[in-house]
Design a protein around this ligand. Structure first.
Ligand SMILES: *[C@@H]1O[C@H](CO)[C@@H](O)[C@H](O)[C@H]1NC(C)=O
Ligand SMILES: *[C@@H]1O[C@H](CO)[C@@H](O)[C@H](O)[C@H]1NC(C)=O
Ligand SMILES: *[C@@H]1O[C@H](CO)[C@@H](O)[C@H](O)[C@H]1NC(C)=O
Ligand SMILES: *[C@@H]1O[C@H](CO)[C@@H](O)[C@H](O)[C@H]1NC(C)=O
Ligand SMILES: *[C@@H]1O[C@H](CO)[C@@H](O)[C@H](O)[C@H]1NC(C)=O
Length: 499
């Protein structure tokens, strides 16, 4: 190692306060680089998905923009160095009908009052003005309806035509249908070809890829049929026409409508994360080998719009950091956290919903932390530790001699706000670093969350001074239910030596 450089690899020693003997010290081996298989992660890795029926709630329109959404998206871009991508879709995209002469942007038809989602909806041309609200660098993936028969095809084509005309360069991809299961390959190809023909005749557009295909859940998650896999979709020819730019799969870590997951059994459980990510590891490697971008295109903690006490508390922020960095270590090119108005797992509530105030939710803090760890893109992530309640990630800059940029430590222990004692882990390291901490009174907290001393107000403003903990020689403490991000300056004044 050249004189004057920081030690960028080595060993971190971890000792929990509950243990005293020397053999209770865990060590974290930190390699020089992420290894040859690590993919390069872009700055928009942490991205969003918004329920079709609620997009207008989230953005408003050009004359009445939703300032909260504008600020929260901008905060994330300020940290990450690029804007999140946004997918508009979900179950309500299947139930959407384009009505060319409808004056109102969108009309939602609720057959069950108070339900999370309308039974059907219609939208008119002014709905597209919602795409003028966020900065023009934000790119969208839009879900088109996929009903069968001539009327179904007509609706797909009319929706695609209006949307393409309105979005133009802001459109990254169209999806056709949401969570359609087996045997759609033939129908999907016919429908996507019909859209391609329409784009060619109406807009003189060539055959550059414009579809994001897949858009289903991992096999076995809804029905016991496990035959319908992404590999089967490829074998059935969904990419054979050369019109597909990416493959999307959805992921949740439990479902509120089938069972009642708990924080400890679902999201504060790194073992469960690993179990679920096995599928994405195998599938993303397969897609990468076939030259197709693999996206986790709709995801969040607990399906069926989330679960209060799990999806909307601080534990979800810890989970989001763990999940995002884990996924970033695989061949996954972006992660789209889904949200809708009133959904328990939304990273923010876009407007007053009943008595629920608009504002950021705990999950949003997890997004800020993960985005900061991957800031600037061109990052590579290596998993350094994977234990049931603890994980650690090394974040490296691709192609930089001084590669190690951050180590992110995630303590997933279920420390509740009401608990008196809070166990901690001490981290002993060998070089000058700074630390930032994501903390709250407990994993069940909905308020009083801080990321390095800063909070995000209900209006979406980041408030307070950044608190950087300087770590020189001494130990860093990580409490139960916290995240700490250690940062290593890329270049350093001469004179530092390894200690
Ligand atoms: C924009 O939103 C406001 C408030 O919801 C509404 O009154 C107005 O009609 C909308 N404008 C357009 C062009 O849809
Ligand atoms: C609302 O949905 C119900 C149930 O699908 C349907 O019968 C009704 O026609 C719909 N109303 C409108 C205005 O679309
Ligand atoms: C949002 O409003 C709907 C309809 O009034 C209600 O059923 C739901 O519980 C509300 N959600 C939240 C999080 O307040
Ligand atoms: C965590 O998930 C694993 C794998 O599903 C499961 O065996 C274990 O019981 C879970 N832990 C808790 C505390 O529920
Ligand atoms: C990414 O995919 C390629 C091609 O399948 C594979 O060689 C590589 O090992 C994968 N990387 C990871 C981290 O799995």
């Amino acid at each position: 190692m050249a004189r004057g450089q920081l030690l960028v690899s080595g060993i971190l020693a971890l000792c929990t306060t509950l243990c005293h003997a020397a053999d209770d010290i865990k060590t974290l081996r930190v390699p020089d680089g992420p290894g040859p298989a690590a993919p390069v992660v872009g700055g928009s890795f942490v991205s969003y998905s918004i329920e079709f029926a609620n997009f207008h709630d989230f953005v408003g329109n050009a004359s009445h923009p939703n300032d909260l959404t504008l600020r929260l998206v901008q905060n994330l871009a300020n940290v990450a160095g690029s804007y999140p991508r946004i997918r508009i879709g979900g179950s309500t995209a299947n139930r959407a009908t384009y009505v060319p002469d409808q004056e109102q942007a969108i009309l939602l038809n609720f057959t069950t009052p108070g339900a999370d989602q309308p039974t059907s909806l219609t939208w008119g041309p002014s709905w597209l003005r919602g795409f003028d609200v966020l900065p023009s660098k934000v790119k969208y993936t839009l879900g088109l309806p996929f009903n069968s028969g001539a009327a179904g095809e007509e609706n797909t084509l009319a929706s695609a035509k209006a949307a393409y005309g309105g979005l133009q360069d802001k459109l990254y991809a169209f999806q056709i249908g949401n969570e359609f299961d087996a045997i759609w390959a033939k129908q999907w190809l016919e429908r996507s070809e019909a859209v391609m023909d329409m784009l060619s005749s109406s807009f003189n557009r060539g055959r550059d890829p414009i579809f994001q295909t897949g858009v289903f859940v991992p096999p076995g998650s809804i029905t016991s049929d496990t035959s319908w896999t992404p590999q089967a979709a490829i074998e059935n020819g969904v990419t054979s026409q050369g019109t597909v730019n990416s493959f999307s799969i959805h992921q949740y870590f439990g479902a509120a409508c089938y069972a009642t997951p708990t924080l400890a059994s679902s999201i504060l459980n790194h073992t469960w994360l690993e179990t679920n990510m096995k599928f994405h590891e195998v599938t993303s490697n397969f897609m990468t080998l076939h030259g197709i971008k693999y996206i986790i295109g709709e995801t969040n903690s607990i399906a069926c719009q989330g679960l209060a006490g799990v999806s909307d508390v601080f534990g979800s922020a810890l989970w989001a950091v763990d999940y995002a960095l884990y996924a970033a270590s695989l061949n996954v090119s972006s992660l789209h956290f889904h949200m809708g108005t009133g959904y328990r797992y939304s990273a923010w509530q876009p407007r007053l919903n009943g008595t629920t105030l608009p504002g950021p939710r705990p999950l949003y803090y997890g997004h800020l932390v993960a985005a900061e760890a991957l800031a600037g893109g061109n990052k590579q992530v290596k998993i350094l530790a994977s234990e049931p309640s603890f994980s650690a990630y090394g974040i490296y800059t691709n192609g930089d001699a001084q590669k190690l940029r951050h180590i992110v430590l995630v303590d997933l222990r279920e420390h509740l706000s009401s608990a008196t004692a809070r166990p901690t882990t001490r981290i002993r390291k060998g070089q000058v670093i700074t630390a930032k901490r994501l903390s709250a009174p407990g994993v069940d907290a909905r308020t009083d969350i801080e990321w390095a001393g800063q909070r995000v107000s209900d209006e979406g403003n980041v408030e307070g001074e950044v608190v950087l903990e300087t770590v020189k020689g001494g130990d860093v403490e990580l409490a139960a239910g916290e995240v700490v991000m250690l940062s290593f300056t890329p270049r350093c004044k001469s004179g530092h030596t390894r200690s």
